[in-house]
Design a protein around this ligand. Structure first.
Ligand SMILES: *Cc1c(COP(=O)(O)O)cnc(C)c1O
Length: 398
């Protein structure tokens, strides 16, 4: 740790709200799948800004698009049209097969908007059709509605009263969902693959049954793909892996490769629930963010890009499964799809994350005991092998 690091740690302690349990490095710049700290140390980045830097760091095309748009116009308000926003919305509509898109600035805002439009749609039919069902261990954001949707009580502690109308079920428990639903159900909101909750994938047939129950009760299916969408599973939308379509899908994180953005995309029928004045945003979908999103929306859906994610992801998963066989006392399960992978540990993972950091690799641990890998989608097999070797060395020393 250098004097420069110490100075920044002190400044942060004196002036930043202490909500983050940060690792003691000060990052400075990046290139591809690598980042450097202020002391010039290089790290292989297998967190990608939490599933955000899908094209890696300093991608020439993304930087060029943002630079050009910054020169032209960074912001102009949603009172006017822009080419960049119209293009980004059209691309999302085409890719999703849904009807209309709306842009905000974050995942929480995307979900907040989805919840609002679902309520507006449902209560127009029946003022009591307000129930929103979400899953335990889900994560949907930090605003009041989204932290209430988040089925982990500790996110709500000390913050009450929280908005009403939310009910929780176990993810993958179709019987519990069936018992909980009624014609008063407005929407079922799920992550297609649970991210923060520990990388939990849907069981065979689960999402199809959820879709059928939503249809039966005339309720909306909202899929939160803020973490697992944008090509991460090897399909542009994770739901494409399961043969279903939601009524609303939410995106953020990787959507503009690191420039803040969020989006909800809805069917035309649901979109009609909102008219002028019913929702809005000052910054959301401004030309700078949309210029960045347009690069991601042009590149990531291409067949060879998605094929790369599938291939590298499969090889990574196989490597993690080998580690599980070698160290069954430490790893009990490997889960995930494409480049959203998790290794269930028998012990807290923070020590392993710190050891990896010392060896020049950034990884992450969620819910205390799950190593989670959500790297840039442009990582290579060689980089995957490097991370697997580092993990092997750490487990061998344990
Ligand atoms: C990160 C995340 C959110 C919240 O996104 P923010 O941009 O932090 O508000 C919501 N849902 C899921 C699944 C996420 O991973």
């Amino acid at each position: 740790m250098s004097a420069l690091d110490d100075k920044i740690f002190e400044e942060d302690k004196a002036s930043y709200v202490p909500v983050f349990n940060r690792y003691k490095i000060v990052l400075d710049h990046g290139k591809g799948a690598y980042v450097w700290d202020v002391d010039g140390r290089k790290y292989l980045d297998f967190l990608g800004g939490i599933a955000v830097n899908v094209l890696g760091h300093d991608d020439p095309q993304l930087v060029e698009a943002v630079t050009q748009q910054a020169h032209k116009m960074i912001h102009c308000s949603n009172l006017y049209y822009t080419q960049a926003q119209a293009d980004a919305a059209a691309k999302l509509v085409k890719l999703s097969g849904l009807g209309k898109a709306f842009f905000g600035n974050s995942g929480a805002e995307a979900n907040e908007g989805a919840i609002k439009i679902a309520r507006k749609w449902a209560t127009a039919q029946d003022p009591e059709k307000i129930q929103i069902i979400t899953a335990r261990m889900s994560f949907h954001g930090r605003t009041y509605a989204t932290l209430t949707a988040t089925g982990q009580p500790h996110y709500q502690e000390g913050l009450g009263p929280v908005p009403g109308g939310f009910t929780y079920v176990d993810y993958n428990d179709i019987d519990e969902l069936e018992k909980t639903m009624s014609d008063k159900t407005c929407a079922v909101m799920l992550e297609t693959i649970q991210g923060e909750g520990g990388v939990h994938t849907p069981d065979d047939g689960y999402l199809q049954k959820v879709r059928a129950l939503c249809d039966k009760h005339h309720a909306l299916l909202i899929l939160d793909e803020i973490q697992c969408g944008i090509g991460r599973t090897g399909k542009f939308f994770a739901y494409e892996n399961y043969g279903i379509k939601p009524d609303i899908v939410t995106l953020a994180k990787g959507l503009a490769g690191g420039v803040p953005i969020g989006a909800f995309v809805v069917t035309d029928e649901v979109a009609k629930a909102f008219g002028p004045g019913d929702h809005g945003t000052t910054f959301g979908g401004n030309p700078l963010a949309c210029a960045a999103a347009n690069v991601v929306l042009d590149r990531v859906p291409q067949a060879d890009f998605l094929q790369h994610v599938t291939e590298v992801g499969d090889s990574f998963k196989a490597g993690l499964e080998n580690l599980q066989k070698k160290y069954p006392e430490y790893i009990t399960e490997v889960r995930g799809e494409g480049l959203i992978l998790g290794a269930q540990l028998t012990q807290p993972g923070r020590g392993i994350v710190n050891q990896a950091l010392e060896k020049g690799v950034i990884i992450n641990c969620t819910v205390g005991t799950v190593l989670r890998f959500i790297p840039p989608l442009i990582i290579t097999k060689e980089q995957v092998d490097e991370v697997l070797n580092v993990l092997d060395a750490i487990f061998a020393e344990e």
